[in-house]
Design a protein around this ligand. Structure first.
Ligand code: HEM
Length: 191
């Protein structure tokens, strides 16, 4: 995923200054799912047992979806050409934006996989919205569940931080150097 790839002609149906439709759809679907994951994790704390179980089921299924969509997104990203950077975004800021995005991709895999691992180490199979069930394939272990639980929780805070940084950098770029920057990730007609 190097930056040079972003300076060639596009092949995924988007304009030279905009991500393609599939990339945009994946970006906002994953963003909404991540918001749901953070919201449901916080909300679960105060819930009574039965409702908590239902929300936990949704949290796990949505987490598996994030893993699948992130893998799809990485494969898509490697097989397509990305939009050119605007001239107005200098080399150091391109590098920063790019590194923050790589950190997001890494955490989008680590956080849900650690959550899934926690659940398996506690002996639970995982249902995907009641449509199919993936049996636990990790050994049942209290220690493993604790370690992965910590990774899941700390990673989730890290993800919040890098997503906040990402949104801040993008908005800063759009409001100072490059007015059209946000449009890169908006469907034509919206921005
Ligand atoms: C959970 C929320 C979010 C996640 C996980 C996320 C993730 C990402 C990732 C990984 C990329 C890199 C795309 C690539 O080159 O492969 C990206 C690009 C982008 N995102 Fe987000 N994003 C989120 C929220 C937002 C928000 C709130 C905004 C607007 C304020 C935004 C605007 C953009 C823009 C304009 C780009 C294109 C920048 C570039 O060309 O590299 N994102 N996002």
């Amino acid at each position: 995923m190097d930056e040079e790839a972003k300076s060639e002609t596009r092949e995924d149906g988007g304009a030279a200054d905009r991500f393609g439709p599939f990339g945009i759809l994946l970006h906002w679907t994953v963003a909404l799912l991540v918001l749901f994951q953070l919201g449901s994790a916080l909300a679960m704390e105060g819930m009574e047992r039965e409702l908590r179980g239902t929300v936990m089921g949704l949290h796990k299924a949505a987490g598996l979806t994030v893993v699948a969509l992130t893998i799809a997104r990485i494969l898509w990203r490697r097989s397509t050409t990305l939009p050119d950077w605007p001239e107005s975004v200098g080399a150091a800021r391109r590098r920063l934006l790019h590194r923050v995005e790589l950190a997001i991709y890494a955490l989008l895999l680590v956080v849900p996989l650690a959550g899934w691992g926690t659940s398996m180490a506690a002996g639970h199979a995982t249902s995907w919205f009641g449509l199919f069930t993936i049996p636990a394939f990790l050994p049942e272990s209290e220690t493993l569940a604790e370690v992965l639980g910590e990774v899941h929780e700390i990673g989730a805070f890290g993800l919040m931080a890098v997503v906040g940084l990402h949104a801040g950098l993008v908005v800063w770029e759009a409001s100072t150097t490059s007015p059209g920057f946000l449009r890169r990730m908006l469907p034509p007609g919206v921005g």
